[in-house]
Design a binder for this molecule. Structure first.
Ligand SMILES: Cc1cc2nc3c(=O)[nH]c(=O)nc-3n(C[C@H](O)[C@H](O)[C@H](O)COP(=O)(O)O)c2cc1C
Length: 389
């Protein structure tokens, strides 16, 4: 295994192994954007267009990427983003990812739509993790989730604001995405080629939505879960609800899914501690701007009034460096760690984090900086990066 891992030199390598190892419907679920996927692709290409200034003959010793996100020490400004169905990419996937994050020294965010439950993560890790809340029509269930996150000692609540209705992902429909996969001939044929995945799944009891089944009214089995999800995400959710959530929670509050300067200002007014400039990894509004393009507008609107983070399209340490140079205080990664998890479980997540760390560290050195906290626009080539207008 160690030998295989050292050959994984970039996130793309992990992606290739993930594609080979896990059922097609779950790989496609990760590796997709909504509709034409134009936003999904723009998230990456807009990062690539930004060029770094190489500096030479500067003392490169004593480098550090350590900083803080909402006051929490992090080994680098990267947190694991909340991702649904993670325990379908690898048995006990959320526990493994949370453990890898803890050992590495970055925050882990558990999704409402996870397979392992809030309590599972609390029992199997020691560092406090963050909990991501989807707001459902059933407000009692939402309140119960918040109480469970408090009881589990979660150190931040991440409210996702951009998924009250679902952007269409063609492949999920064509594949008949379900948890667990339905026993169709097509699925059996595909599963027959994924024996390692199947054996690991047979060895865990966690094969359904751990936060929901048996907890939310009327949900006792997984066959009803997809229709339940579509019916239950509350399209009425508005800024007025954030006040109630903030009060119930009483701790650090992060609003994720901000793409517009006006919404960023509203998040400041609502008393959020941080916002995540995010387009959900290009999975929601297709033709929305990439997040790295949206970032300067948002920063010029909110200034230092709130911590501004960014996700969507981060697959390299250079991407993180560029986001930080443009003024983000932190970042989140989704697919980058999911590919590692699907490929090699906990070790794969650790490998993904190591890859991003090393890329960021060496690239920062090339730009003549030794401390991530001092990185700013000076390391970028003027004319190649987006500006606020
Ligand atoms: C497979 C998958 C599942 C996701 N599930 C959730 C979720 O349950 N809750 C949430 O807030 N965001 C979810 N997201 C969005 C991520 O939190 C994050 O915004 C996105 O992955 C960032 O883009 P990246 O994958 O390019 O890094 C999901 C993303 C992916 C790829």
């Amino acid at each position: 295994m160690q030998n295989q891992l050292t050959k994984m030199t970039c996130i793309k390598d992990l992606r290739q192994v993930a594609k080979r190892k896990i059922p097609k419907m779950f790989y496609d679920y990760v590796d997709t954007g909504s509709w034409t996927e134009s936003t999904y692709h723009a998230n990456s290409t807009d990062f690539q267009a930004i060029k770094l200034r190489q500096r030479v003959l500067t003392d490169m010793t004593g480098r550090t990427l350590a900083t803080t996100m909402i006051g929490q020490q992090v080994k680098m400004p990267v947190a694991l983003a909340p991702t649904g169905l993670t325990g379908m990419l690898h048995a006990d996937g959320e526990i493994l990812a949370a453990r890898a994050a803890e050992k590495f020294g970055v925050p882990y965010t558990l999704s409402t739509m996870s397979i392992c439950s809030i309590e599972d993560i609390a029992e199997n890790t020691s560092a406090p993790f963050w909990f991501q809340l989807y707001v459902m029509r059933d407000r009692d269930f939402m309140r119960a989730l918040i109480r469970r996150a408090q009881a589990a000692n979660c150190s931040a609540l991440v409210v996702t604001a951009d998924l009250q209705v679902l952007g269409q992902r063609h492949r999920d429909i064509k594949n008949g995405l379900s948890v667990p996969p339905k026993p169709t001939l097509r699925n059996w044929l595909n599963l027959a080629t994924k024996l390692e995945w199947c054996l690991a799944m047979l060895n865990t009891r966690r094969r359904t939505f751990g936060n929901i089944v048996g907890q939310a009214n009327g949900v006792t089995d997984t066959t009803s879960i997809s229709s339940w999800t579509a019916e239950q995400f509350d399209p009425r959710l508005s800024w007025n609800d954030i006040a109630e959530i903030k009060e119930l929670w009483g701790g650090k509050l992060i609003i994720k899914g901000i793409l517009d300067a006006e919404d960023a200002e509203l998040a400041v007014k609502a008393g959020a501690d941080a916002i995540v400039v995010s387009n959900h990894g290009g999975r929601q509004l297709d033709s929305a701007p990439s997040t790295i393009r949206a970032l300067p507008h948002i920063l010029s609107a909110v200034g230092n009034g709130i911590e501004v983070w960014l996700d969507s399209g981060i697959y390299t340490g250079q991407d993180v460096l560029k986001a930080i140079a443009l003024g983000a205080k932190g970042t989140m990664i989704g697919r980058a760690f999911l590919y590692g998890l699907a490929a090699y479980g906990e070790d794969g997540v650790k490998r993904a984090l190591d890859i991003i760390y090393n890329e960021m560290d060496i690239s920062m050195a090339f730009t003549g900086k030794t401390d991530i906290k001092t990185v700013n626009k000076d390391i970028l080539i003027p004319g190649t990066y987006p500006l606020a207008n």
